[in-house]
Design a protein around this ligand. Structure first.
Ligand code: NAD
Length: 497
């Protein structure tokens, strides 16, 4: 039987019999099926969240924090089961999914405390008899639309701050990885019914309903830039707040002073983690020309030593890609680059020993040109295209030569280069000598086509709090600037007598 939806604190059947078949990317076999929610189901979930909102927003901060800590603790006790399910449906090596569960639990703990501590403020008043308050209010119902590559982590980045701010939520997981998210029903059961609702279904059906409904008040979306643009357009007539975490094409600049014992495995990891299916994957590498040959030879050797295999095998470094069309896109981009003169130093094909599953060998490309698709469009696969640069000015220009601006990486100890890089490169996160590291307190998000808004940190909770200014005069005195204006003019000295 297909896994049901979770609405109003209980499992419910979908309005239609349609199901989503969840595929194991390492074997191409069906793992399980999930009920495909309809627009009507989405409306039910939205209503449940609206019903739960008035009392959830009034739950005292300390109590709310306790409940969110309880979510974190339940998540920790289910972490192994969740990580295994996520490897079966998404393909990531189990160790990476174990990390994902640990980080996600930490975010619930973090926002439990942030939510408890950060409120509004009291302003200096104009007169002694007045109080001027800045209130931070929840919006209402937040639609959380999540992709498949880090489905639990990215769900947490939305749900934890949204709840801590006093909103209720409807979560729509990707149809690629709905199983692990639906397992959260048991975890979110710690909260009052309707505070969290989970509904799987097609983006164009459930997703569109969540975005276009006047009964949702914020859309928090992580996914591709094209879907993000559609969501922004759909939400515009309602002037609904939309938070978009979108695609990327992150550069990695390796300077001449970089320690290659660190930089070679570091760049490889930044490009190949989760088979390159990370929004902040390194997708363009620029290496100073004096170390180019040594760097490319060493990274090709390193990449060839990595083991490709099923995510459940503890010896696997690189798992399968999540679905066949994502691999087909990588094959297209690599093929196009090779036809146009790129040279494959490693990989560049499906591993012959793994005929089933959506595997692709980690690939190193050189002789790449800026106008090739592989250097311009998001690849979202295990490919490391490397180009040489001469001066540091050139490196910065190349790093900025993208329509995206999610993250950017640098290996150097040269303080002048570092300062120039973080000031001049347009990206939401700059990593220096430590690629892809998240910090609970560090805001994360994109510039340019990579999105708007920030997750994590104090900025992450502000996305879900609306500001209201309250001006309160408790003297109840008549003010001179009210009608009649004749008196006002006289008292102001504009009228004689
Ligand atoms: P996607 O855009 O195809 O789907 C993301 C989610 O949106 C899914 O739940 C999907 O069902 C839903 N959706 C699809 N069409 C919709 C519509 N019309 N209305 C509403 N919802 C709709 O992305 P994906 O393939 O799941 O994920 C990969 C993409 O996500 C990559 O581009 C990657 O860079 C991006 N991503 C960005 C970040 C970030 O933080 N910036 C993080 C992870 C992934």
């Amino acid at each position: 039987m297909a896994k049901p939806l979770w609405i109003g604190g209980r499992f419910v059947d979908a309005a239609s019999d349609e199901v989503i078949a969840v595929i194991n990317p390492a074997t191409e076999e069906v793992v399980d099926t999930v009920a495909a929610g309809t627009a009507e189901d989405a409306r039910r979930a939205i209503e449940a969240a609206n019903e739960a909102f008035p009392s959830w927003r009034r739950v005292p901060g300390v109590e709310k924090a306790g409940l969110l800590h309880e979510v974190a603790s339940r998540l920790r006790s289910k972490a192994e089961e969740l990580a295994t399910t996520l490897t079966l449906e998404g393909g990531k090596p189990l160790i990476e999914n174990r990390d994902e569960m640990g980080w996600s639990a930490a975010y619930f703990d973090y926002y439990a405390e942030i939510g408890r501590h950060c409120r509004g403020r009291v302003l200096p008043s104009i007169e002694d008899s007045q109080l001027s308050l800045v209130l931070k209010e929840p919006y209402g119902v937040v639609a959380c639309i999540v992709p498949w590559n880090y489905p639990i982590l990215l769900m947490t980045w939305k749900v934890a701050p949204a709840l801590a701010a006093g909103n209720t939520v409807v979560i729509k997981p990707s149809s690629v990885t709905p199983l692990s998210t639906l397992m959260f029903a048991e975890i979110f059961d710690a909260l009052p019914p309707g505070v969290v609702n989970i509904i799987a279904g097609a983006g164009s059906v459930v997703g569109d309903e969540l975005v276009a409904s006047p009964r949702t008040h914020v859309v928090a979306f992580t996914g591709s830039t094209s879907v993000g643009q559609r969501i922004a357009a759909l939400a515009a007539p309602l002037v609904k707040k939309v938070h978009l975490e979108l695609g990327g094409k992150d550069p990695f600049v390796v300077c001449e002073d970089a320690d290659l014992d660190v930089a070679v495995p570091g760049v490889a990891w930044a490009a190949l983690l989760n088979a390159g299916q990370v929004c902040t994957s390194t997708e363009r590498v620029y290496v100073q020309q004096s170390i180019f040959d040594e760097f490319t030879t060493r990274i090709a050797e390193h990449v060839q030593s990595l083991r490709v295999g099923p995510g459940m095998d503890p010896t696997t470094d690189i798992g399968p890609m999540a679905r066949a069309p994502y691999r087909a896109k990588v094959e297209h981009q690599v093929g196009d680059a090779v036809i146009r003169g790129a040279r494959v130093l490693a990989g560049g094909r499906r591993p012959p020993e793994l005929p089933r599953g959506f595997f692709y060998e980690p690939t190193v490309l050189v002789n790449v040109e800026p106008d090739m698709e592989i250097m311009r469009e998001e690849t979202f696969g295990p490919v490391i295209p490397i180009a040489a640069y001469g001066t540091f000015d050139e490196a910065i220009e190349l790093a900025n030569s993208s329509a995206y601006g999610l993250g950017a990486n640098l290996y150097t100890h040269n303080a002048i280069y570092i300062k120039r890089f973080y000031e001049e490169v347009k990206a939401g996160t700059i990593w220096i000598n430590d690629p892809l590291t998240d910090n609970d307190a560090g805001p994360f998000g994109g510039m340019k086509l990579s999105g708007t808004g920030r997750e994590l940190g104090e900025e992450g909770i502000e996305e879900f709090r609306e500001t209201k200014h309250v001006h309160w005069d408790f003297s109840m005195e008549h003010k001179m600037w009210w009608y009649p204006y004749e008196q006002y003019n006289r008292e102001s000295g504009y009228l004689e007598g």
